[in-house]
Design a protein around this ligand. Structure first.
Ligand SMILES: [Zn+2]
Length: 238
């Protein structure tokens, strides 16, 4: 491993694909060259899921942009990450704001970040969000849908926390799902109990883009890297 300035990444090209509600650049890391992409990896759509963003950053340091055909967005919601909130600067849960047929008006409730898993029960869903004034109302959502429509990734992997599972939507190659699930020891499932209207994966599934919602657990970064980086690294290099 060679030493370099902390902000430098080997072979990755950074592009600003939009701005957040608060005007923060939305950045995508693109592999070298202009060929078609193999996929799009995203994280931290919920700003309280900083651990997923840190994990993806470690991945960008391990895999040079010359050795992959994946595009990577480590932070979909920089406003929320900076504020330590699930929502963006307008109080919107971006993963309820996508222009899918499932979008619903009205507030949504989720668990407070960092809640003890033992009291993770519906009665304690007190973290209030807006789904936006209308579907696709938020600049982060608009920028991400426009980016997907421009580059047409054949597969999306969307990292979240802390459910510790892989949710499979659409026609994902079984070897991809099996590779990630096997490497990390995560269950892969096609059904999901939660109610997530207007989710990114709903929008992707409806437009025919296969997607894995990859949920890591709450853990320290060394444990997360040990468990999840091998499979994700293999995915980016495949
Ligand atoms: Zn999430």
């Amino acid at each position: 491993m060679s030493a370099r300035l902390g902000s430098e990444l080997d072979g990755w090209r950074v592009e600003e694909y939009g701005r957040s509600r608060d005007g923060v650049p939305l950045r995508v890391f693109l592999p070298e060259g202009d060929g078609p992409l193999a996929g799009l990896l995203t994280a931290a759509q919920h700003g309280e899921e900083a651990d997923a963003a840190l994990l993806v950053r470690r991945l960008l340091e391990r895999v040079p942009g010359t050795e992959t055909r994946w595009a990577v967005i480590p932070v979909l919601n920089p406003d929320g990450l900076l504020a330590g909130t699930r929502q963006n600067a307008a109080g919107v849960d971006l993963n309820r704001n996508f222009p899918a047929s499932t979008w619903e008006p009205g507030e949504t409730f989720t668990y407070p970040p960092g809640i003890d898993p033992e009291i993770r029960v519906v009665a304690n869903r007190t973290n209030r969000s807006s789904p936006g004034t209308h579907a696709g109302s938020e600049p982060e959502t608009q920028a991400l849908t426009a980016f997907v429509e421009r580059v047409e990734p054949p597969l999306v992997v969307d990292l979240h926390s802390p459910l510790e599972l892989i949710f499979v939507r659409g026609d994902v190659p079984p070897e991809v799902t099996g590779g990630l699930a096997g490497a990390a020891g995560l269950p892969a499932q096609e059904e999901f109990d939660g109610h997530c209207p207007g989710a990114f994966d709903d929008w992707l599934a409806e437009r025919g883009t296969p997607v894995l919602v990859y949920e890591i657990e709450h853990a320290g970064l060394p444990a997360l890297c040990k468990r999840h980086l091998p499979g994700l690294e293999a995915l980016l290099r495949s």
